[in-house]
Design a binder for this molecule. Structure first.
Ligand SMILES: [Mg+2]
Length: 291
């Protein structure tokens, strides 16, 4: 993927009428726009170690220009709020003073404008699952060398087994999934798999609920959601319903060859995180011109 030349002008493309109309809709009334953004794979390139993940500077710059101009700019992610606060430097660097972060699929919430944090207690079953996944990761490596290298990420209210660093990531995922599902059933946890990852969490919260919370609260005229992965589909479907009801909106996909089916959910297709940055930049340019 890194060998492919990225041409700035063509790094994002509108593929539906909703996508083709989105810049005009935003320019018509910026203060009524809800912009929701996934983090990993959308604002930050996917890296082997999620702790080392950083947001692209171009996206941060564009979001800073849109901050306080749009009704709400929100990051909606499976990550903990604390991690996203660190990775966006929202509290340290100027520009994102109105950012809303919905972490752990909306269980946690941070409002930069007020400093308010919603952060409920972590269920015991998730702590237990962490120990069992650690044991499973070791077992997988002992049983088959192709599955060696799996590791467990403690996400607070969720816990994830990653196979990206395994000798054969796809094989490791296929081996791990039924066994992680057994652990989920035993502990009555919700189980979700994505790109070389399988995750357990207590509450069956999804990004769809987080999106609905934002829409109810912001009462926008225009809704944009940017995402890259299957975990974003429920939230993208909320936006699809919005568009189907005749209202302006767009589903903006950070597209990579890793998950080709994501193209089906797109009104705007972006060339990975660089394309998202270019789209956000175009949005900011348009809003500034019209103001
Ligand atoms: Mg993502």
């Amino acid at each position: 993927m890194t060998n492919r030349p990225v041409v700035a002008d063509t790094s994002w493309t509108a593929v539906t009428d909703a996508g083709r109309g989105i810049l005009d809709a935003v320019a018509a009334d910026p203060a009524s726009v809800l912009l929701a953004l996934d983090f990993d794979g959308t604002l930050a390139p996917i890296v082997d170690d999620p702790v080392a993940s950083t947001m692209t500077q171009e996206s941060r710059n564009a979001m800073s220009r849109l901050d306080g101009v749009l009704a709400t700019v929100a990051i909606v992610t499976g990550r903990e709020v604390a991690a996203v606060r660190r990775m966006t430097a929202v509290d340290e660097q100027p520009g994102l003073e109105h950012l809303v972060i919905l972490g752990q699929y909306g269980v946690e919430r941070y409002d930069a404008a007020t400093g308010t944090l919603r952060d409920p207690e972590i269920p015991e079953s998730v702590r237990t699952a962490k120990g069992r996944l650690d044991t499973l990761a070791q077992q997988l490596g002992r049983e088959d060398p192709r599955d060696a290298g799996c590791w467990v990420e403690d996400k607070g209210r969720a816990v994830a087994l990653h196979t990206r660093r395994a000798a054969d990531p796809a094989h490791a995922l296929a081996t791990a999934v039924p066994r992680v599902r057994d652990i989920a059933a035993d502990l009555e946890l919700h189980c979700e798999d994505g790109r070389n990852i399988i995750e357990l969490k207590a509450a069956v919260t999804t990004k769809a609920q987080a999106m609905r919370e934002l829409i109810d609260e912001v009462k926008p005229q225009t809704v944009i959601m940017c995402g890259d992965d299957l975990g974003d589909v429920p939230a993208l479907n909320v936006v699809a319903e919005w568009i189907d009801a005749g209202r302006p909106g767009a589903r903006v996909i950070s597209f990579s060859g890793e998950q080709p089916s994501m193209a089906e959910y797109a009104d705007v297709v972006c060339d990975q995180t660089e394309g998202i940055a270019a789209f956000l930049g175009a949005l900011a340019d348009r809003v500034c011109i019209e103001m």
